[in-house]
Design a protein around this ligand. Structure first.
Ligand code: ZN
Length: 126
């Protein structure tokens, strides 16, 4: 059966609803199904938002360390951690021909050096 305009349909399965005007679902099965879907959607978007925030924060930290007038800067691990940098979040890795790995958060990145020091770099326009 096709739902006609104005006819209330189940929020879960989309079938036309009969009966009480305030009904939103066919039955408990559809209600539970819908509620579970909403919950899953909510936790997924929280996860995505948290990761996006962490990446933006990482970028801000690197940006704050590297003066716009300089090409590179150095910072140690403690300084980065104190500023709220989270090493597990990055957008991509660039490996040079010599095998050095730069870890990027958007246009800012770092190259691990000896003794927990890091070289902070900014990606140049290509
Ligand atoms: Zn239904």
């Amino acid at each position: 059966m096709q739902a006609s305009p104005g006819m209330k349909t189940c929020l879960s399965c989309g079938k036309p609803l009969k009966g009480r005007v305030d009904k939103k679902f066919c039955d408990d099965y559809c209600r539970n199904n819908y509620n579970n879907q909403q919950k899953a959607k909510g936790s997924y978007s929280n996860l995505v938002r948290n990761i996006n925030n962490a990446l933006m924060k990482n970028r801000k930290v690197l940006e704050s360390i590297l003066p716009t007038t300089e090409e590179t800067a150095k910072a140690n691990k403690d300084k980065l951690l104190n500023l709220g940098f989270q090493f597990k979040y990055l957008t991509h890795i660039y490996t040079t021909r010599t095998g050095k790995k730069y870890f990027y958060c958007y246009d800012y990145g770092y190259l691990p050096l000896d003794n927990d020091w890091f070289l902070i770099v900014r990606k140049k326009e290509e």
